[in-house]
Design a protein around this ligand. Structure first.
Ligand SMILES: [Zn+2]
Length: 68
């Protein structure tokens, strides 16, 4: 038996990934949470990038670098 660092429950070693102090359900939950927060991060990043590349910016850029 091994104690999970996150939920604090004693679980069989088979419920843990190798060299992990957290049980599989906890890690799976963390991965999902991470993915969700990353999704939010990328959405915000896309929004910021979209704002920077306004139509005016793109037009200016094309005038400055017509060959690109
Ligand atoms: Zn756990």
């Amino acid at each position: 038996m091994k104690k999970c660092n996150q939920c604090g429950m004693e679980k069989p070693v088979g419920d843990f990934y190798a060299r992990q102090a957290k049980c599989k359900p906890c890690i799976r939950g963390n991965v999902k949470k991470n993915r969700d927060s990353k999704k939010e991060y990328y959405r915000a990043y896309d929004r910021a990038r979209g704002n920077r590349q306004s139509p005016e910016y793109v037009r200016e850029y094309r005038e400055k670098y017509p060959n690109k």
